[in-house]
Design a binder for this molecule. Structure first.
Ligand SMILES: Cc1cc2nc3c(=O)[nH]c(=O)nc-3n(C[C@H](O)[C@H](O)[C@H](O)COP(=O)(O)OP(=O)(O)OC[C@H]3O[C@@H](n4cnc5c(N)ncnc54)[C@H](O)[C@@H]3O)c2cc1C
Length: 399
C-alpha cells in the first residue's frame, strides 16, 4: 500500500483536513489539548459532529450507513483526526458492537441500534471482563437465565470503560454451564438505566474517572436483546479483535506528540541556559521513538494491505498491538523528561486556553503526565501484551 503517490488520496486528505480545521467544534479541541476529561454532553457533541458528516462510523460499509471508504482512506482519515487533536472516538459503539450488529443482528436489531451509534447519539460500554475473568475471559460467570421472553441478568463486570457515559452496554453472559467454557456464552445487550443496574466508579492513578465496576442484580431484558444464537456469543465477541488491535496504532497522534516533544525540548528551560534538545541522550531517545513510529507505520500498512475486501486484519494485529504500546510508552516517557512541572497542569481545570496560549511549550506539555499514565494501561487493555506475545508465538510464527 503506497499512500504517497495517489492524487485522489491527496484530495481526500485535503477535504478531511479542511473539515477539522474549519467545522469541528473548537471548544472540544481546546479542552482535549489540555488533557482535560470531557463530560457526557461534550462527548456527544464531538461524536455527533463526525456523525452528522457521516464520518463517525468510518469503517462501516455504505450499505449500513458508513462512508464505504477503502482501507487507505480510513487510514488517512484516522491520521488527520489525530493530527487535528480530535478526541479519540469512543470505540465501544462504532468499532466494537456496530459491526457485530450489522453482521449478526436481525433487521429489527439493526434498525433499533445502528442509527444511534453511527450518528453519535448513543453511548456504549463493553461488558466483557469480570473480577475473576480477564485474560481467561471464557471462564466468565455473569449469568443470563431465560424466563419466558426475558433474560434475568446477574453478576459483575469490571474495568468497564466509559460506562458512566453509556446508554447501552453489550455483555458476554453465561446461558449454559454444561459444555466447554467457550460454549454457553451469549452476547446480550442492556440499557444502562434498567432497574437493578448499578455503577461504581474506579478512579485511576491520574485522578481520572474512566473505569467502572457495573453490577447487575436481577435485571430483566427482552430475549430479542440477544444478538445471534444463544451460546454462540464467544464467536461474535472474537469477531473484531483484529480491527480493535490494529486501531491502537494511532500513527497520526504519535507523530503529533513527537513534533510537540521537539518543540517543548527546544524551548530554553526557565532559569537555565541549556535546551533539552541539545542533550545528546534526550536527542537520541527522541530519534529512537521516531524510528519506532516509522517501523510501526510500515507494519500497519503491511498488515492492512494483506486484508482482503471487507475482511479484518488477522492474528498479525497482535504484532501491531505490542509495537503500538511500546511506541506509545516510549513517547510518553519522554514527555515526563521534557514537561517538568508543566506536565501536571492538566489536573487544574482553572488553567485556561488564554493562560496557556502565552507559553506554547507549557501548553504542549500540559497533558504530559496524564498521557504517560494513560499509556501504561495500554499494555493491559485489549488483551495484555503477554497474551499478544503468546498469540504471535503460536498463531503467527507457528512455534
Ligand atoms: C484502562 C483499561 C480499560 C479497560 N476497559 C475494558 C472495557 O471497557 N471492558 C472490558 O470488558 N474490559 C476492559 N478492561 C479489562 C482488560 O481487558 C483486562 O484488564 C485484561 O484483559 C487483563 O485481565 P486482568 O486485569 O484480569 O488480568 P489477569 O488476566 O489477571 O492477568 C494478570 C497478569 O498475568 C498475565 N497473564 C495472564 N494469563 C497469562 C498467560 N496465559 N500467559 C502469560 N501471561 C499471562 C497478564 O498478562 C497480566 O500481566 C480494561 C482494562 C484497562 C486497564
Amino acid at each position: 500500500m503506497d499512500l504517497k503517490t495517489d492524487p485522489k488520496l491527496d484530495d481526500f486528505r485535503a477535504d478531511v483536513r479542511a473539515f477539522f480545521e474549519n467545522d469541528f467544534p473548537k471548544d472540544i479541541l481546546e479542552k482535549t489539548a489540555r488533557g482535560a476529561s470531557l463530560t457526557t454532553e461534550e462527548i456527544r457533541k464531538s461524536e455527533s459532529a463526525l456523525g452528522s458528516k457521516g464520518w463517525l462510523a468510518a469503517g462501516w460499509p455504505a450499505e449500513h450507513g458508513g462512508p464505504g471508504w477503502s482501507l487507505e482512506e480510513q487510514y488517512i482519515f484516522d491520521e488527520e483526526l489525530e493530527r487535528a487533536g480530535v478526541p479519540t472516538v469512543t470505540p465501544m459503539g462504532v468499532v466494537y458492537v456496530g459491526p457485530i450488529l450489522y453482521t449478526f443482528g436481525t433487521d429489527e436489531q439493526k434498525q433499533r441500534w445502528l442509527p444511534g451509534i453511527r450518528e453519535g447519539r448513543d453511548g456504549w460500554a463493553q461488558g466483557y471482563s469480570e473480577p475473576e475473568s480477564g485474560s481467561d475471559l471464557a471462564s466468565l460467570q455473569f449469568s443470563a437465565v431465560r424466563e419466558g421472553d426475558e433474560y434475568v441478568l446477574n453478576g459483575t463486570k469490571i474495568w468497564t470503560s466509559a460506562a458512566q457515559h453509556a446508554d447501552w452496554i453489550f455483555l458476554l453472559a453465561r446461558t449454559d454451564n454444561s459444555g466447554k467454557k467457550q460454549e454457553g456464552i451469549s452476547f446480550i445487550i442492556s440499557e444502562m438505566d434498567r432497574p437493578g443496574v448499578s455503577l461504581r466508579p474506579i478512579i485511576t492513578i491520574d485522578g481520572k474517572h474512566a473505569l467502572n465496576q457495573v453490577t447487575f442484580d436481577n435485571v430483566r431484558v427482552p430475549v430479542d436483546y440477544r444478538i445471534g444464537e444463544e451460546g454462540k456469543g464467544w464467536t461474535y465477541s472474537q469477531y473484531l479483535l483484529g480491527h480493535e488491535r490494529t486501531s491502537y496504532a494511532r500513527i497520526g497522534g504519535k507523530r503529533k506528540q513527537l513534533r510537540h516533544l521537539h518543540k517543548i525540548a527546544s524551548a530554553v528551560p526557565i532559569g537555565g541556559n541549556r535546551r533539552l534538545i541539545d542533550d545528546p541522550d534526550f536527542a537520541r531517545k527522541l530519534a529512537d521513538a521516531s524510528l519506532a513510529v516509522d517501523a510501526l507505520e510500515m507494519t500497519v500498512l503491511r498488515v492492512l494491505s494483506a486484508v482482503k475486501d471487507g475482511g479484518a486484519p488477522g492474528k498479525e494485529a497482535s504484532i501491531i498491538k505490542v509495537l503500538a504500546t511500546q511506541a506509545a510508552q516510549q513517547i510518553t516517557t519522554l514527555y515526563l523528561d521534557a514537561a517538568g512541572l508543566n506536565g501536571e497542569r492538566q489536573f487544574d481545570d482553572s488553567v485556561t486556553a488564554d493562560w496557556l496560549s502565552g507559553d506554547e511549550s507549557a501548553a504542549l506539555a500540559a497533558p504530559g503526565v496524564s498521557t504517560y499514565f494513560g499509556t501504561r494501561a495500554q499494555s493491559i487493555y485489549g488483551g495484555t501484551n503477554e497474551i499478544q506475545r503468546n498469540i504471535i508465538a503460536k498463531r503467527v510464527l507457528g512455534l
